[in-house]
Design a protein around this ligand. Structure first.
Ligand code: MSP
Length: 507
């Protein structure tokens, strides 16, 4: 069956300014989608989570209606993703009628089949995290996640029959040990499952900024509403053919703090609807500063717009994927970004392009010479495109980039070893042929690099492409990338440095 690749990010709380952590997940999803698109249809969804008490409180503090307040913030979020060269296929807002109607349809469906029922809720609630807590989980009487005060709630609520899905979920975990990654999160979620699951309230009556419960009785709990975005956006209940093309999602990316919602509650809701769990939920690590998770409520949020401006969005994207194995936490500093930018990108890749095109200009008037034919060098990298694609689609971004860098390094080494400036001086045919072959391989290697790095650095690779004298095809299918395809006679167009050096002065 020709199913499309479907990747999602969490939908972000709109209640503040975006920070680099939000850019991180979204950039990763973009890299996956761009890579998947080279071999078939792909769909990439992101968006904003706009309901709930936190948003209502923030809006009222700003003297606006919640809807107005959300509408005013949207350009900032979409602007962030544009600033990071993110190309999503759809941006869902939970206040859109398409979503609200479908969430109500889910509610009705589950109420009809008995998985949603009326009961009494009493317990602790953390407004900042929009999460209910058992007394036993509180730390010094406060929210165990964020340390804030919790409120006591007592109301008649609609409940979701989570307990009913525990066995099915356990079975799902056991027979699909790779469906939650990394393994540490899988194990943690398994432990929760083994402890047992309790039904939970999915209605709120103490405020009204949410999707109304059909027939009255408050609004739908914000997490229940939010999780459903992943299927409402692709036509659940309204466009079955479209829905079946994309669901189950190929990869759902989340930060590890929301793993419980995505690997226990979310698949149970799907099971209740008669749908499959996503193929993979990947709970990545946190970007930290001084060991602390960056977050808007922590007072250490770093302005992601300023970072993209200073280092270049593509350098930021490279840094985010290259710095740590995907899944682990990693600490962030401008010094580290500057280092990656200057060293990997400026010295290794940027200089390779600059030197190669300058030599081609000097020795062959900027015209690509004939291809050298079969070579051990080409042979050595023949499987690189498919290997890198596999690594990226398996979310091993750092390894993928390390492998691509082997080509960067090998090309740089050939310049040092073969010394084109010496070859150019000797008058014999063999030297001229060797120089042709070397210059060809340098350009061809750079063409490959532009293709393979395009998902990670969409804008800078386009500039490489342009300087190589190429027009279309940077997003071609990697499985048909062959060494030797670069046409003899191509006129290269050397231009500005790809990654101009950034002086970093540590404070
Ligand atoms: N609205 C919920 C998600 C609902 S999904 C159905 C939410 N929103 S959020 O605005 O708090 O965004 C959380 C997500 O942003 C994390 O799961 C992660 O993807 C990203 N990150 C936020 N801070 C981050 C870091 N410091 N580091 C890495 N990712 C971070 O939770």
């Amino acid at each position: 069956m020709n199913r499309a690749f479907y990747v999602t990010t969490p939908i972000y709380y709109i209640s503040g300014n975006p920070h680099i952590g939000h850019a991180y997940t979204t950039v990763v999803a973009d890299v996956l989608a761009r890579t998947a698109r080279t071999s078939g249809p792909a769909f990439f969804l992101t968006g904003t989570d706009e309901h709930g008490q936190k948003v209502a409180n923030a809006a009222s503090a700003a003297g606006k209606s919640p809807q107005q307040w959300c509408d005013d913030l949207i350009p900032r979020w979409q602007g962030l993703f544009a600033a990071y060269h993110v190309r999503y296929d759809d941006f869902i807002r939970t206040t859109q009628p398409r979503h609200e109607r479908a969430v109500q349809a889910v509610f009705e469906r589950l109420r009809d089949n008995g998985d949603v029922y009326l009961g009494k809720y009493e317990g602790w609630y953390c407004v900042a995290d929009e999460t209910f807590w058992l007394e036993s989980k509180l730390v010094d009487g406060k929210c165990p996640t964020c340390g804030r005060e919790v409120q006591w709630l007592s109301e008649d609520d609609w409940f979701f029959r989570l307990s009913k899905y525990r066995d099915r979920l356990l079975e799902h975990f056991r027979s699909n040990p790779e469906w939650v990654r990394p393994r540490s999160v899988y194990n943690e979620m398994m432990a929760l499952l083994e402890e047992g699951l309790e039904d939970f309230s999915i209605s709120r009556t103490n405020f009204d900024w949410g999707i109304p419960i059909p027939g009255g009785g408050g609004v739908i709990y914000v997490w229940f509403d939010a999780l459903l975005n992943y299927i409402t956006a692709i036509g659940w209940s309204t466009d079955d053919a479209r829905f079946r093309t994309y669901w189950p999602a190929s990869v759902q990316l989340i930060g590890k703090e929301i793993a419980r919602f995505h690997t226990i509650i979310w698949p149970s809701i799907l099971f209740a609807l008669g749908e499959e769990a996503p193929q993979l939920v990947f709970a990545h690590g946190w970007i930290t500063v001084d060991g602390q998770k960056i977050g808007k409520s922590w007072g250490n949020a770093v302005d992601p717009f300023a970072l993209a401006e200073r280092f270049g969005a593509d350098s930021m994207r490279y840094f985010l994927l290259r710095e740590a194995p995907f899944g682990s936490d990693f600490s962030y500093s401008e010094e580290k970004i500057a280092q990656r930018h200057n060293s990997d990108l400026g010295n290794d890749l940027g200089n390779l392009l600059r030197r190669s095109l300058a030599m081609l200009e000097k020795y062959r008037e900027g015209i690509v010479p004939p291809a050298p034919g079969e070579s051990a060098f080409a042979q050595r990298f023949a499987d690189l495109p498919l290997r890198v694609r596999e690594q990226i689609l398996d979310l091993r971004f750092r390894e993928a980039l390390e492998d691509v860098w082997e080509l960067v390094t090998a090309l740089n080494r050939r310049i040092d070893d073969e010394k084109p400036w010496v070859l150019a001086k000797s008058a014999d045919d063999a030297s001229a042929r060797q120089l042709d072959g070397l210059l060809y391989d340098l350009c061809e290697g750079l063409r490959w690099l532009a293709v393979l790095l395009h998902p990670v650095m969409p804008e800078r690779t386009q500039e490489m492409w342009r300087q190589l004298g190429l027009v279309d095809g940077i997003d071609r299918d990697w499985s048909v990338l062959r060494w030797g395809e670069l046409a003899q006679g191509t006129r290269t167009l050397p231009g500005d440095a790809l990654f101009p050096r950034i002086e970093f002065v540590s404070s």
